[in-house]
Design a protein around this ligand. Structure first.
Ligand code: ACM
Length: 277
């Protein structure tokens, strides 16, 4: 709660980049090669890549998904991200097909020059993902990476305002949102989540078609004022970066008599924590 109150104006302006591309289905090595080329010209404090950037998305079944998954320890994909973060002096958030024992998770990893520093496992699984992945079991962590506080959501999580609010309540300045979007309207919604929670949102979406799914591109960065600061085209690989004004995320004053923290009425929200029959 303390974090949603004004926690001191931060005058620094770290930068964030979104990278949009078409991962190759079941080809971790090929995706590393693609990203190596794509990331060459990208410079930012935080770089956000799409959901399941290591593996592609539309697996026929769990056996196919497992073939393209890696455990976090010893992962070639995470080792590539670590090397890249070291070279660029940045943090990277990427979707990752995570194998943990015999379980698969649709995970977002946070990697710096020191290696893996955090992970989030997707809570709200979309459509056939329920046949492949376990639901997320690590909550909604926020990581202080020095230049800012960062939370992560993955794709279909966008539909659930509760998780955006929880990350804002925990003090996130930036919500990195690796995505493989197929529905046409998320890109409108995330800008509203950014506005209502006074956070930056970086949605890195993918492009291309896998089996019967066509992905919608349009990666974006939305500001705490609901403006789309970066907007990618629907088609084509894309990357761009922008700076973030942390005074907008840390001072959540809406009017002289309303702040986002004090005007909330949690006593009226108890239905949100109940399972409906
Ligand atoms: C999605 O959650 N990949 C639509």
């Amino acid at each position: 709660m303390e974090n949603l109150r004004s926690s001191g104006v931060d005058s620094s302006s770290p930068s964030v980049a979104v990278v949009q591309f078409a991962p190759l289905l079941g080809n971790v090595g090929g995706n590393i090669q693609q990203l190596e080329a794509l990331l060459q010209g990208v410079q930012a404090d935080v770089i956000v890549l799409p959901e399941l950037a290591s593996s592609g998305y539309a697996f026929a079944d769990k056996a196919e998904a497992i073939k393209a998954a890696e455990p976090l320890a010893g992962s070639s994909f995470i080792s590539f991200l670590t090397h890249t973060a070291h070279k660029k002096g940045c943090s990277i958030v990427s979707g990752f097909n995570e194998l943990d024992g015999s379980s698969l998770y649709n995970t977002a990893v946070l990697v710096t020059a020191s290696g893996l520093v955090g992970k989030y496992r997707k809570i709200h699984l979309f459509w056939n993902e329920v046949d492949l992945f376990e639901p997320g079991d690590v909550g909604l962590p926020v990581f202080d990476i020095g230049s800012l506080r960062l939370g992560m959501l993955i794709c279909f999580d966008w539909m659930f305002p509760e998780v955006w609010r929880i990350l804002a309540l925990k003090g996130a300045d930036l919500i990195a949102h690796p995505s493989n979007l197929v529905l046409p309207y998320c890109q409108q919604a995330v800008a509203v989540h950014a506005l209502c929670n006074r956070v930056y949102v970086a949605t890195a979406n993918r492009i291309g078609t896998e089996r019967n799914l066509t992905f919608t591109g349009g990666s974006l960065v939305a500001s705490p004022l609901g403006e789309k600061v970066i907007e990618a085209p629907v088609n084509g690989s894309f990357s761009a970066s922008c700076s973030m004004d942390l005074s907008l995320t840390r001072v959540k004053k809406i009017t002289p008599r309303n702040t986002l923290a004090e005007s909330r009425r949690p006593d009226c929200y108890s239905l949100l924590t109940k399972h409906l029959e």
